[in-house]
Structure formats: C-alpha cells, structure tokens
Write a protein that binds this ligand. Structure first.
Ligand code: GDP
Ligand code: IMO
Ligand code: MG
Length: 426
C-alpha cells in the first residue's frame, strides 16, 4: 500500500519539512504523527520562508489534505495562530484535519516544563520549554485532556478542576507560584478555542484507511529525529515522543502493511540543539563556520545549533531502527568551502573499535570518533540541478556516504529553496 515515511536520522533539523515539501508534490495526504510545537519545519517557496510547527508541511499544496494525527500533542492557541498566519500569507488551511485523540498542551504543561528545567540547574535537558514532555507524561498517566474533550464543556471543566487541584497545590507550596484557575482556563478553552477547533476535528483514522485502500499516496511526516527518540535516542537528552518510523503507524492509526517507503533525512554534517552527547562535535573554527554557513539557528526557537562532522555510526543505526529504504541528503552546499571533510566511520571506546552504535550509554558517552578524511570540492553548489553538474569530489562524498549507510541517496539538497535539489534516479 502506498505509504511513505519521512524521518530524521540525526538529532532534528535535518530538513524534514523541505523534503516533505518535495515529496508531497506526488502525495494526496500528509500526516504529522508525533511531537508538538517543539518542531520547526522550514520551507522556502519562491524565496518566501514558512516555518511550520504543528501544521503538516504538505499544507503548501492545494491537492494535499494535511492531517494532525493522534500521536501529536497540540497547543490549540499555537495551532490557531499558525493557521491564521499561514492564511494571511495566502496558504489555504481549510483542508486541515485534526484527530480527536490528539492530546492538548495546556498552560500548566508549559509551566511544569520551565520549572523542571530550572530545577535541573546545570543538568538541564535544554528542552524547548513548550510543555511537550509534561503533556506526554499526562497522556501516559491517563490524566491528559484530548482534542475531543473540547466538544464537551462540562466534562472538560470537571477534568481541569480535578487535574489542577494537585498541580496548584504543588505550584503554590514548592514554587510560590499562584497556580492556574481551572474555571478561567475552562472558560477560555470553551469560548476562544473550542468554536475554532471543533470544525477541524475529523475521523482521521477512517480517512487514512480509505485513502490507502483507494491507492492514494500518504506521506507521514516525522518531527524531531531518531536520536531524540524516547526509546532509541540519547536518553535522557531526548524528547518525550517516538519520532522513529515505527511510531508513524501508532501516531496515525494504520498498520505496518501500509508502508512501502521510508526516507531517512540526513544533513551532510551533524547538528544538535540542546544538551547531550555528540561524538563528532566540532568546538573550533570549522564548527563556527558550519553554524554560520548553514545558518544553524533554531527555526522557531532561534537557539544556536551545535555542529559536527557526519556520523556514519549513528547513520547506520538510524537506517536499522527506521528500516529506511533510501536517504535524502540535505545541506551539501554548506560544505562547499572546506578543504577537507571528515566522516566518522566507527567509534573507539577503551581501545576497542565499534562499527555500530555501542549498546550501552556508558560506552557511547566515552566514544571517540574514527574519521575518514575526504577532499572538499571548493565550488558553490547552490545552482546545481543535475547530478552531472556536481564536482567530482562532491559525487565521491555522496558515494562514500551511500557505502557507509548501505543505502542509496535519492535526493541531494543544495539550498533551502523548493527547487534546490537533485533527484538521483533509482
Ligand atoms: P526540520 O526540522 O528537519 O524540518 O529542519 P529545519 O527546517 O528546522 O532546519 C533545516 C534548515 O535548513 C532550514 O532553515 C531549511 O530552510 C534549511 N535547509 C534545508 N535544506 C537545505 C539545503 O540543502 N541547503 C541549505 N543551505 N539549507 C537548507
Ligand atoms: P524538528 O522537528 C531539534 C530537542 C530540544 C531538547 C530535546 C527535548 O524541528 O527537527 P523537548 O522540548 O522536545 O522536550 O526538548 O529535544 N528538540 C529538537 N531539536 N529539532 C527539533 O524538532 C526538536 N524538538 C525537540 O532541543 O534538546
Ligand atoms: Mg526543525
């Protein structure tokens, strides 16, 4: 059946949004399956940049139905503002469909996220402080509020009173915080939010099943990435959802048979925002050069991203974890002024070589990179549209990565613009 997944293979910001924008040209439905407004997916169309947080990147095409699946956590105010901004800029959001089972991110989640970070001090996780972790924690603890609760004002109010009873006591006693008035919050949700969210709610599961059975291509858009995954990432420096491809099924309500393509998105080097291990990190002039040349600042948060060389050990693990069928390589143009380029091909821990990611965190934390060094091409790539126009050293770099990852690279991006990519034939 015709399902494609786009998944980040590193620590996020690989360019998932821009690849979704390329692939969605040939899809009828684009579904976000996890995460919340911690995501920032930037797309550049005709020189105009759009930074999406909750609305699936497929919204940019009139032929696409954008769907927010049950696995996403939704701050309704952020969603409504995003829709308003997009609409004002001429993007038609009227087809957007929202799962009733998606959980709500509410103001007390954001407060909890901020307070938890402050309390961690130097050991902070460097979250986006948007309440994502606390919202998923409430979902798992079965005290979360779901989008469909907005349709039932009495139940909504009662649930808020019950949840906030505990939370407010804690806020007042431990943090000297005045707490949140449940009635005021319920009034706001019922009067400001519900009337605008209600028309977006639809049978997303039924819709997707019918589409897939009719043979219509559905694209599943991951947020965050493999190594921010709650189970498979660099725990505890991870997000609170499962970005890996397997969760596309859970987060949208379909089965494994529906998927025939998993596109792993990899930047031509590595970046990470926030704390946590980073074996190939460059804390030197080259790192600064990549930040500057790659404009490596958070799409919505503005935070500076840490930069380093491509890590093929992590790449191979991501290919396994997601069962990738192909790779899309982004930001190759960012490397075009370097004399030489390194790729981490293995790790070394206590004198032992690891070709695959060590299974214990303690080993990963102490890993040293084993590098291969390749020549740079020192030629701008941003106007390249065909493979034959690429300099020899750039082709060699791509082929080297394909061998390292054991998969074909099908897209190579050489600039942020919608047309700035090269399609490599199968
Ligand atoms: P996402 O979270 O994976 O969707 O990625 P982001 O949108 O947060 O970050 C990727 C950034 O790189 C954005 O600013 C994109 O506009 C930009 N970008 C994507 N592909 C390319 C590329 O091939 N070259 C350059 N120079 N920029 C790119
Ligand atoms: P996209 O979809 C990069 C990181 C945060 C922090 C950790 C936990 O644009 O690739 P959270 O707020 O989720 O509890 O923060 O995860 N993080 C991201 N880093 N890209 C993202 O999304 C991210 N979403 C969360 O920086 O380290
Ligand atoms: Mg991003």
């Amino acid at each position: 059946m015709p399902g494609s997944i786009v998944v980040g293979t590193q620590w996020g910001d690989e360019g998932k949004g821009r690849i979704v924008d390329v692939v969605a040209k040939e899809c009828l439905h684009v579904v976000r399956y996890q995460g919340g407004h911690n995501a920032g997916h930037r797309i550049v169309v005709d020189g105009e940049a759009f930074a999406l947080q909750l609305v699936p990147s497929g919204v940019m095409y009139d032929h696409v139905t954008p769907i927010i699946g049950n696995g996403v956590v939704v701050n309704p105010w952020v969603l409504l503002e995003e829709i308003d901004i997009l609409t004002r800029r001429g993007v038609d959001c009227s087809r957007l469909m929202l799962s009733p089972a998606a959980h709500l991110v509410l103001p007390y989640h954001q407060i909890a996220d901020e307070l938890a970070e402050a309390q961690r001090g130097d050991a902070k996780l460097d979250t986006t402080k948007r309440g994502i972790g606390p919202a998923y924690a409430d979902k798992a603890a079965r005290v979360g509020l779901r989008v469909e609760d907005l349709l039932e004002p009495m139940t909504l109010r009662a649930r808020l009173i019950s949840v906030l009873d505990d939370r407010n006591q804690y806020l007042r006693m431990v943090h000297d915080h005045p707490g949140i008035d449940p009635d005021e919050l319920a009034d706001k949700l019922v009067t400001e939010v519900a009337p605008r969210i209600a028309p977006l709610i639809g049978d997303t599961v039924g819709w997707l099943h019918e589409a897939l059975h009719a043979g219509e291509r559905v694209l599943f858009e991951g947020a965050q990435a493999t190594f921010l995954d709650l189970d498979h990432g660099t725990y505890p420096f991870v997000t609170s959802s499962n970005p890996v491809a397997g969760f596309a099924l859970v987060g949208s309500g379909i089965g494994p048979g529906a998927i025939d393509q998993v596109i792993g998105i990899a930047k031509a080097y590595t970046t990470r925002v926030g704390s946590g291990p980073f074996v190939t990190e460059l804390v030197d002039d080259i790192g600064d050069h990549l930040v500057e040349r790659g404009a490596e600042f958070g799409t919505n948060t503005g935070r500076r991203r840490r930069c380093g060389w491509f890590d093929a050990v992590m790449g191979r693990q991501a290919v396994r974890l997601n069962a990738c069928t192909e790779i899309a390589l982004t930001k190759l143009d960012v490397l075009d002024q370097l004399d030489t380029i390194k790729v981490c091909v293995a790790y070394e821990v206590d004198g032992r070589r690891y070709d695959h990611l060590p299974h214990l965190r303690s080993l990963h934390d102490r890993a040293e990179p084993v590098y291969a060094t390749l020549p740079g091409w020192k030629t701008p790539l941003d106007d390249v549209t065909e493979r034959w126009q690429l300099p020899r050293a750039a082709v060699d770099y791509i082929v080297f990565l394909e061998r390292q990852l054991g998969l074909p690279i099908r897209y190579v991006c050489v600039g942020p613009g919608r047309e700035q990519y090269i399609r490599f034939a199968a």
